[in-house]
Design a protein around this ligand. Structure first.
Ligand code: ACO
Length: 309
């Protein structure tokens, strides 16, 4: 869906969207394609890249806020569709930090020795929760999926630090108010947009810049490193101006920051793994590189993960 397509739906323009967000187009999954279907494609590609068979996976963690069903977890649906008989599977609901939270949990569980090979997925069908009459939100978001295989390593490579934080007091800055047990959507529900994403964009912008920088600094310093040691930053793709502000504050030049927002918009939990995959396949990550992932989302919640590749 291009910005020109959106001009036909709401009072907006390509110029406004590109200059305010950096987004030129976003993907919209067709009817009948659910988060589990997109995840399967991402997982198959991740397994292929890792040279691994699905039966070797013993842990599946999916970050999503647009599950196939309220029950069971979509990770269990993926388990069945992917033939992962030796795994346990569950979702994490952490909005745009879903992949980072998933990585953090998977890494900790692998470190205990209880699990060996995890599939960590971020996947969203945000088009299903967008109000295409609300120009404040519908221009920003898109659908997509990304996945990574995480395995135990002995050579010092892997996830060398994570930082996770949230502030539930700010939950109504970005939320879907209706449709849960507190405010069910049932027969007679009058649609006013509250069962779709609602967002206070300006307020979020400020918190996003501040807390993504904090999350980055925390994990870099804890690892005994500095910004100069970071070979590549994979930030959540929410707004090119947020990404630019973070690059400036962290004193990490934009040529070390991966950006693909122009093609996908904000895909929430899928944003970081899609960018990670594209960066890796484009040859932007070499063995031994320190790669910093950092994200921010509804909760509000934010976090980072530092990887020695
Ligand atoms: N087209 C044209 N005009 C618009 C549009 C649009 N699509 N959307 C809003 N406007 C108008 C507003 O109504 C406002 O008009 P007004 O001054 O007459 O009231 C004007 O443009 C300026 O609006 P601002 O909100 O000040 O614009 P801003 O420069 O802040 O950009 C934006 C808005 C892009 C939403 C920005 O605030 C942003 O990116 N915030 C962060 C949002 C975000 O990242 N959310 C997700 C994070 S969490 C997660 O990923 C799930």
């Amino acid at each position: 869906m291009t910005n020109a397509d959106l001009e036909k739906l709401v009072d907006t323009s390509d110029e406004w969207i590109v200059s305010r967000t950096g987004i030129k187009e976003r993907r919209v999954a067709p009817d009948g394609m659910a988060v589990s279907d997109m995840s399967v494609i991402a997982c198959e590609r991740a397994l292929e890249a890792a040279g691994m068979h699905s039966h070797e996976i013993d842990l599946v963690i999916l970050g999503t806020v647009t599950p196939d069903f309220k029950l069971p977890s979509t990770a269990c649906v993926i388990q069945e569709k992917m033939d992962l008989p030796n795994a346990t599977a569950f979702d994490v609901v952490s909005a745009c930090t879903g992949f980072i939270n998933g990585l953090s949990v998977a890494s900790a569980l692998i470190e205990t020795g209880a699990y060996k090979n995890a599939l960590v997925i971020g996947s969203e069908k945000l088009s299903s929760v967008l109000n295409y009459k609300d120009r404040n939100t519908c221009i920003l978001f898109g659908d997509g999926a990304g996945a990574a295989v995480l395995s135990a390593s002995e050579d010092g490579s892997g996830i060398i630090g994570t930082y996770l934080k949230s502030d539930g007091k700010l939950r109504d800055l970005l939320w879907i108010k209706d449709g849960g047990a507190v405010s069910p959507v049932n027969a007679g529900y009058a649609f006013e947009g509250d069962d779709k994403i609602n967002m206070s964009g300006g307020d979020i912008f400020k918190v996003a810049v501040r807390q993504m920088c904090n999350a980055a600094v925390e994990v870099i310093e804890k690892a005994g490193l500095t910004s100069d040691d970071i070979a590549l930053v994979i930030p959540h793709q929410a707004n090119i101006r947020i990404i630019g502000a973070i690059s400036k504050r962290l004193k990490i030049s934009m040529d070390k920051v991966f950006v693909n927002i122009e093609k996908y918009g904000n895909t929430s939990a899928a944003s970081v793994p899609i960018a990670l995959d594209e960066a890796y396949r484009a040859g932007r990550i070499k063995k031994g590189d320190h790669v910093l992932m950092v994200a921010f989302g509804g909760g509000l919640i934010w976090g980072s993960a530092l990887v020695k590749w």
